[in-house]
Design a protein around this ligand. Structure first.
Ligand code: SF4
Length: 92
């Protein structure tokens, strides 16, 4: 089974501490209000809609999982694309 993953943030739980942005700045970025969002490409737009997810490049998968494991808001979800099973975050 492919281990490609996608990631999304429950924005209402984000504390704005910035751990995810430090771990994987090509995937996570703050908006002007200091809330983290995902993006599909390093220079791409922030995906600010509720539940919006971004596919994670294989090279960044471990960084994204580490961010989810350390997220103080426990609000980063990482799921396998193949079967939807969450492998990191509050529902893993
Ligand atoms: S690590 Fe979690 S709580 Fe912290 S900025 Fe990222 S999404 Fe928000």
């Amino acid at each position: 089974m492919s281990d490609e993953v996608r990631v999304w943030i429950e924005h209402n739980l984000c504390t704005g501490d910035g751990l995810c942005v430090q771990y994987a700045p090509d995937v996570f970025e703050f908006d002007d209000a200091g809330v983290a969002h995902v993006k599909s490409e390093p220079e791409g737009p922030l995906l600010t809609e509720v539940g919006a997810s971004a596919n994670v490049p294989a090279s960044l998968r471990l960084d994204v999982i580490d961010a989810a494991d350390g997220c103080p808001g426990n609000c980063i979800h990482v799921a396998r694309i193949a079967d939807g099973v969450e492998i990191a975050g509050p529902d893993a």
